[in-house]
Each structure stands twice: as structure tokens, then as C-alpha cells.
Design a protein around this ligand. Structure first.
Ligand SMILES: CC(=O)SCCNC(=O)CCNC(=O)[C@H](O)C(C)(C)COP(=O)(O)OP(=O)(O)OC[C@H]1O[C@@H](n2cnc3c(N)ncnc32)[C@H](O)[C@@H]1OP(=O)(O)O
Length: 154
């Protein structure tokens, strides 16, 4: 725990805070409140077959004193055929708001998402990041593996 902050699953009430905070990461675009609520419903509705474990695990860290969202991030659990039909965790969309950076919230968030993945039984947890964030993820216990490649629509 980080004193003064609470970590929990994203809820539909987090619309403004989550949309705002993701702007430190990338372009969010035009996402209406209705669309956000639909997506939260979607995240909440999918379970790994035969379990009570959700496939999408979006989290926020909230500052207790103000109720402001200070950080957000997600781990998605992918059921594979390889590794004995194992689970692979994908950490995505990590953002700590500018005025809360440098207070260990990012590391706390990654530790929590990693714990969610390991407790679900993931044989590995992976993420893509900008080279400038490599030292941060190394502090969180992650090591470099492979090279990210992509095709991107214009
Ligand atoms: C998978 C993805 O989504 S990758 C996208 C990551 N998100 C972004 O780039 C968005 C903008 N940046 C951020 O949101 C934040 O700066 C983050 C998530 C990168 C880091 O979050 P913070 O809360 O500021 O980091 P936190 O305070 O937990 O740092 C933990 C440790 O990493 C170190 N660290 C953090 N960022 C960096 C960095 N860029 N370079 C070197 N070290 C760093 C800290 O000094 C600290 O070290 P310490 O434990 O020795 O004191």
C-alpha cells in the first residue's frame, strides 16, 4: 500500500478521471461517457471459462484526500494453446498523472497488476514500452525480451 492512496478496479464513475489521465500516455480521442460505460460493462462481463477470473483487469489508484484518480493501468489475461493452454498477461495503458509521478505509484500499480496476473496463473506477463521507460520497468522487476513490431493504420 501507499499511504493516502487506494487501488481498485475501474468503475463507470471514473469516466473523467480515467480519460484525463490517459492523456499523459497518448491521444485518447473522442470517447463519450456512454462509450466509456459500454467498455467498462464489456470489461466486467468477460470471465475466463470455468473461473471467476476476469479477462480484463483495469485498475485505478485514487488519492484518498481528494478522490482524484492518480494512476491507471490494465492487465488482460490471454488463454493460449501453447504452454499447456497457459495464460499470458498483457500489461497495457499505464499512466500516472503528472502531479503524482515520482511517488512510487507507478511501481505500486505494476506490482498490483503483476500480482493479478501471477495469481491467475500466468506463465509470463509482457508489455511494450518506450525505451525511456525501460529503467522504470526494470525497477518493477521486468527484463528486456524481444523487440516490439507493428503495423499501424494511418
Ligand atoms: C505498458 C505501458 O503502458 S508503457 C507506458 C507507460 N506510461 C507512460 O509513459 C505515461 C507517462 N509516464 C508515467 O505515467 C509515469 O512516469 C510512469 C508510469 C512511467 C512511472 O510512474 P511513476 O509513478 O512516476 O514512477 P515511480 O515513482 O513508481 O518510480 C519507480 C522507480 O522507477 C524510477 N523511474 C520512474 N520513471 C523512470 C524513468 N523514466 N527513468 C528512470 N527511472 C525511472 C523511479 O525513480 C523509481 O526509482 P526508485 O524506486 O529507485 O526510487
Amino acid at each position: 500500500m501507499i499511504p493516502g492512496y487506494t487501488i481498485r478496479r475501474v468503475s463507470k464513475d471514473d469516466y473523467e478521471g480515467v480519460i484525463d489521465i490517459l492523456k499523459v500516455l497518448t491521444v485518447v480521442g473522442d470517447v463519450s461517457r456512454n462509450r466509456f460505460e459500454e467498455i467498462v460493462d464489456y470489461w466486467d462481463s468477460i470471465y475466463l471459462p470455468g473461473t471467476s477470473t476476469r479477462q480484463h483487469n483495469p485498475h485505478v489508484i485514487v488519492e484518498d484526500a481528494t478522490g482524484q484518480i492518480a494512476a491507471t493501468g490494465n492487465i488482460i489475461l490471454e488463454r493460449k494453446l501453447i504452454h499447456d493452454a497457459g495464460l499470458c498477461g498483457h500489461i497495457e495503458d499505464i499512466a500516472v498523472s503528472k502531479n503524482h509521478q515520482g511517488k512510487s505509484l507507478g511501481k505500486f500499480l505494476i506490482d498490483k497488476l503483476t500480482q493479478v496476473g501471477l495469481e491467475a496463473g500466468c506463465y509470463k506477463i509482457i508489455l511494450d514500452c518506450d525505451p525511456k521507460n525501460v529503467p522504470f520497468y526494470e525497477k518493477c522487476g521486468y527484463t528486456k525480451a524481444g523487440i516490439e513490431m507493428q503495423i499501424r493504420r494511418d
